[in-house]
Design a protein around this ligand. Structure first.
Ligand code: 2YJ
Length: 270
């Protein structure tokens, strides 16, 4: 995950209802529905857990430090899914101690390299990269009306892209991967038997179902968008040109944090 900026997070809490409606309109599923599907739990199970698992979000100052609005945005998403939640007043170790003292059963915390949710009762650690991959694959599945035997192009073979490949394979999709670093694609070819695409512009002419997990901007252009193109784009920044975006926006799922965090929570209650 690219380091988020406070500008991209500032309005999240106020816009969750609107975003939820947008997801429902595009995919037929709500944020909680997508997260539950991604985690492999019934939505009722997530709802039931919400009354017994208070959540603390702990601001972490290490490395590049606190990102303005980050903890508040995470907390607002957790709260939107239905869980009692709070941001600790203290940071770092003192924040963790405060969260536990105040009764948190699940904690969220992130530094520059790692973003996790931990269910303290279940001794379970959920990583944001895996949750984001699973969440976006679930969103893509809803957008596509199923992925079994469908051709899917994954762009980017970093942590999220690799995890998305694994999830897509489990769903029976025919997966192709492009990464600017071909050594990374080679590993996925050996591990999962994916198809290796070497020329992105050319590959984009052939695929209609895309999962963009790359941090590159402007890689998807208007000429790549077909009437049936659908895109789940977890990469930041969004990899579409302005024109490509306007052509596909009703068949595109993209956000800075919401699907990843909601899926972390659904995976953490399992
Ligand atoms: O607590 C804070 O405000 C900050 N320490 C949050 C840092 C958020 N971390 C990131 O944006 C990292 N790029 C996350 C990397 C996760 C890799 N899977």
């Amino acid at each position: 995950m690219t380091r988020l900026t406070s500008e991209s997070l500032v309005g999240i809490n106020k816009e969750l209802d609107e975003y939820n409606m947008e997801l429902l309109r595009k995919t037929g599923c709500t944020l909680r529905g997508i997260a539950s599907r991604a985690a492999g739990v019934a939505e009722t199970e997530v709802r039931d857990a919400s009354s017994s698992a208070p959540v603390a979000v702990i601001p972490i100052t290490s490395g590049e430090g606190i990102i303005g609005h980050f903890s508040q945005a995470v907390q607002s998403i957790v709260s939107y899914i239905g869980f009692a939640s709070f941001v600790t007043r203290e940071h770092d170790v003192a924040g963790l101690a405060e969260g536990i003292r105040e009764g948190a059963k699940i904690v969220f915390l992130a530094d520059d390299n790692c973003f996790v949710a931990m269910n303290l009762s279940h001794r379970l650690v959920v990583d944001n990269a895996e949750a984001t991959a699973r969440g976006y694959v679930a969103a893509l599945e809803c957008l596509a009306g199923g992925l079994y035997s469908r051709d899917v192009l994954v762009i980017g073979a970093g942590q999220v892209g690799r995890s998305a490949v694994c999830t897509l394979k489990k769903l029976g999709a025919k997966v192709a991967v492009f990464d600017i670093n071909q050594a990374k694609t080679e590993i996925l070819l050996r591990e999962y038997g994916v198809l290796k695409e070497e020329n992105l512009a050319e590959a984009l002419q052939r695929y209609a179902i895309l999962l963009d997990a790359s941090p590159a901007a402007e890689i998807i252009q208007a000429e790549h968008i077909k009437a049936n193109t659908i895109i789940a784009a977890c990469g930041i920044p969004l990899g579409l040109s302005t024109e490509a975006y306007s052509l596909v926006k009703d068949r595109l799922v993209h956000d800075p944090l919401q699907i990843g965090v909601a899926t972390m929570l659904a995976m953490a209650v399992k």
